[in-house]
Write a protein of this length. Structure first.
Length: 484
């Protein structure tokens, strides 16, 4: 006689062990009256418990693996991409192709042409691209033509460019330059390794080609310049993509495609858009990167798991000194953006033009505070030497030089007839008194001087009150009082 056994459907997620449990259960049902029944029941329970532990993802009898069986997503926030077509349709009109023609050698007249990409920054026709697309060295292209996605072409002019960051700002020319499909800029600081990105450009002259990939790394230094801070991506970037946009999945520009490694594939680099944001006002106003100067020497210190930008020295009469920054302060933020290294601080500050007010966040003895600093232009190296060196000359803001025969001859001066002012420190006593490079100091406190050593000696014999200088400027002589 055959006994009917009610077998449940085999679950699709079960392993071979679950099948064994079912087989054991069937054996138990077929031998309920036999001497093996208790043993078979015990084994069935053990195998059922072991199988259930493994399926739940908990450590089973062996602890060799885990399996996710929950209906909730294992990776919260992760949405697998399906089609990028809607994003591309929304943003591609803001991507432009650029053709530049000029001369490598103005004397020989060797013609040069270059093609690249760019994107519309404003509806009024401002365009961002790479510097190397529109210039080679100091020679700008004679003619720059920008073609839009709808086929319209415009001549353009260079508003400003900077070779150190490889960024250029163009302006379209013509009466029809209005209402153009400008893009939106994103926040490149929020990018994470693994984020999806799309590059659109003109590689090898192939109009509006699209490639996609992800962020491979951030803050890459590849030896291009002092402001290396590249986004690395495996979205294909080829010759002709230069200057084109790198979009995130919100359709925002997060980088300017700039460089590739010729020996490899899937290794491209883009300038972070936040760096471009810092640079654009400077380029728009000055036509080039006029670098702001803070006036500090930074010592980058390593802490547990982090770095720290600690002020090692503050130049006298510098913007930092005027704001009350001291040696030992740790600079942790610029205009609300965190910084933790010398390189980050350098990039943030030097992108800002002189006379720009910037808010710095610093830590002093464990307490956080904000200070407002008005940047100046970086002084000449000899002025920096005077600011950092000891002595009264630096206190007064004077950079002096002996009038040796070699110095005197081209200036039409008598050798050792005084001391040449070769530099004046901004905001110093000498600057307030109106001293200028080229002035010749002939007396200090009514004592004639013929070299720098004599000037230092006269200042050291002073009482600390105002110092009286007699200077010669061209054919005219006058007295100037310096307040220390």
């Amino acid at each position: 006689m055959t006994r009917a056994v009610n077998l449940r459907p085999f679950p699709p997620h079960a392993s071979w062990t679950a099948l064994l449990v079912l087989m054991l259960s069937a054996s138990v049902a077929g031998a309920q009256q036999g001497p093996l029944a208790p043993w078979l029941e015990a084994r069935a329970r053990e195998h059922a418990a072991w199988s259930q532990d493994t399926v739940r993802g908990e450590e089973g009898a062996t602890g060799l693996w885990r399996e996710w069986t929950s209906r909730e997503p294992m990776l919260p926030g992760f949405v697998p991409p399906s089609s990028l077509a809607p994003l591309i349709r929304a943003v591609e009109a803001g991507v432009v192709n650029i053709s530049a023609s000029g001369a490598d050698n103005p004397v020989m007249g060797a013609a040069r042409s270059a093609t690249g990409s760019g994107f519309l920054l404003t509806p009024e026709g401002l365009v961002v691209t790479n510097n190397h697309v529109v210039a080679r060295g100091d020679v700008e292209a004679r003619e720059i033509v920008v073609r839009l996605s709808d086929g319209r072409e415009f001549l353009s002019e260079v508003v400003g460019r900077d070779a150190s960051t490889d960024v250029a700002l163009l302006r379209l020319l013509g009466q029809d330059v209005r209402g153009l499909p400008a893009v939106y800029l994103g926040d490149s600081d929020r990018l994470e390794v693994g984020d999806w990105v799309v590059a659109i450009g003109n590689p090898f002259g192939l109009d509006h080609s699209v490639s996609h990939g992800m962020i491979s790394a951030k803050e890459r230094v590849i030896g291009v310049g002092p402001f290396d801070d590249f986004i690395q991506t495996d979205a294909l970037i080829n010759p002709g993509n230069s200057g084109g946009p790198l979009f995130n999945m919100r359709g925002e520009v997060v980088g300017v495609n700039t460089a590739i490694i010729s020996e490899g594939q899937g290794i491209g680099f883009a300038v972070p858009i936040n760096m471009v944001k810092d640079l654009l006002p400077n380029l728009s106003r000055n036509g080039q990167l006029q670098r702001g100067w803070l006036g500090v020497v930074i010592d980058e210190q390593s802490q547990v798991g982090t770095r720290a930008a600690v002020v090692k020295q503050v130049y006298r009469n510098s913007p930092a000194a005027q704001a009350g920054i001291r040696a030992g302060d740790q600079l942790v933020g610029v205009n609300g953006k965190p910084v933790d290294s010398y390189q980050q601080l350098l990039r943030k500050v030097t992108m800002l033009a002189p006379q720009t007010q910037v808010k710095l966040t610093l830590l002093r003895e464990g307490e956080s505070q904000d200070v407002v600093v008005k940047l100046t232009a970086r002084p000449a190296q000899e002025v920096l030497s005077a600011l950092s060196g000891p002595g009264n000359l630096g206190d007064f803001g004077l950079v002096l030089r002996d009038v040796s025969p070699e110095v005197a001859a081209p200036l039409g001066l008598e050798p050792y007839a005084g001391v040449l002012v070769s530099g004046v420190v901004p905001r110093s006593a000498a600057a307030r008194a109106g001293l200028q490079p080229g002035d010749v100091v002939t007396e200090v406190n009514r004592r004639k001087v013929k070299d720098v050593g004599a000037v230092k000696g006269a200042l050291e014999r002073g009482t600390g009150a105002a110092v009286l200088l007699r200077i010669q400027r061209g054919e005219r002589q006058q007295y100037v009082a310096l307040e220390p």
